[in-house]
Design a protein around this ligand. Structure first.
Ligand SMILES: Nc1ncnc2c1ncn2[C@@H]1O[C@H](COP(=O)(O)OP(=O)(O)O)[C@@H](O)[C@H]1O
Ligand SMILES: [Mg+2]
Length: 274
């Protein structure tokens, strides 16, 4: 095991001690490919942080509203959502629902936000600006993003300190990572100089197949220790939990699925294997 120099937030965030820092650490979950477990990872890592005693907000930036739905909230019934926050500068507090985790909700109208914001001055910074009012209320803000690198994702990457990239362990899924890295470089140059990848997370791992093993090897060859030591294996629990409006940590607390996100939380909090 190699030595790691703790990053500033790690020195104050241990498993038993909640973060003392007054401002939330903002993590965006991004990958322009759909179906790679962005939403699943946002919710379940957030739930694992909450289990450790941290105050956590999840922000749904995907017009599909899957994160909102997976906490048992029907996006079609919402009279206000992240659309109003981004486009009309409504306070983000107005769209937060308290469930297992606090969720700033999305609905389908968010699909029109990119066009509605396109003429707004500071359009890339709307989310960052919205967070100022609540950054002392939470230890972590976890942002779920849509499967594109458009203005909604750019807002998330501009507001974030770190990015977690869930990757489905298939060769073709990994090629998109280069494009994401290019977008991040652009964000660093123009909008958010310090944003960086916290880690790349292999998801939907089918450990029985040789292909999955090879795909992880290719990932590690190309991205080295940016790849988390945690692996998220394929299990139907991840499809079952959202139907009940729960994280897997609540739905099946003793299961392997829940455990894998607890391990990821430890890695992110600085107590993990990596
Ligand atoms: N580890 C896993 N094993 C099995 N199914 C999973 C796993 N992670 C996510 N899923 C399922 O895969 C689908 C896509 O996941 P999701 O988190 O919605 O991806 P994204 O947000 O990247 O589009 C969902 O139906 C989800 O329940
Ligand atoms: Mg999603």
């Amino acid at each position: 095991m190699r030595l790691r120099i703790p990053r500033p937030y790690e020195s104050i965030a241990t498993q038993s001690e909640p973060v003392v820092s007054s401002k939330a650490k903002v993590i965006a979950f991004a990958n322009q490919k759909g179906g790679v477990a962005k939403t699943t990872t946002t919710l379940n890592l957030a739930a694992a942080f909450a289990e450790e005693g941290h105050r956590v907000l999840c922000v749904d930036m995907d017009p599909q509203g899957n994160l909102t739905m997976s906490q048992g909230i029907d996006p079609d019934t919402l009279d206000r959502s992240m659309f109003d926050v981004l486009v009309h500068d409504m306070s983000i507090r107005e769209v937060i629902r308290k469930r297992e985790i606090d969720v700033a909700c999305a609905s389908i109208d968010l699909a029109g936000a990119e066009i509605a914001m396109s003429t707004k001055i500071g359009r890339e910074r709307s989310l960052e600006k919205a967070f100022r009012a609540i950054e002392e209320d939470y230890d972590f803000i976890c942002i779920d993003t849509p499967p594109s690198l458009g203005l909604l994702t750019i807002n998330a990457l501009t507001a974030a300190h770190k990015v977690i990239v869930p990757v489905q362990c298939e060769y073709l899924s990994m090629r998109g990572l280069i494009q994401l890295q290019n977008t991040l470089s652009m964000i660093r140059e123009n909008l958010n100089p310090d944003v960086d990848i916290e880690g790349i997370l292999p998801t939907l791992v089918d450990s029985r197949t040789i292909h999955a093993k090879e795909a992880i090897e290719i990932l590690e060859e190309n991205f080295g220790d940016r790849v988390f030591a945690s692996r998220i294996k394929k299990t139907v629990r991840f499809a079952e939990a959202p139907v009940r409006g729960m994280s897997v940590l609540k739905y099946d607390p003793d299961g392997m699925a829940a455990q894998s996100y607890r391990e990821l939380a430890k890695e992110v909090l600085g107590n993990g294997k990596r």
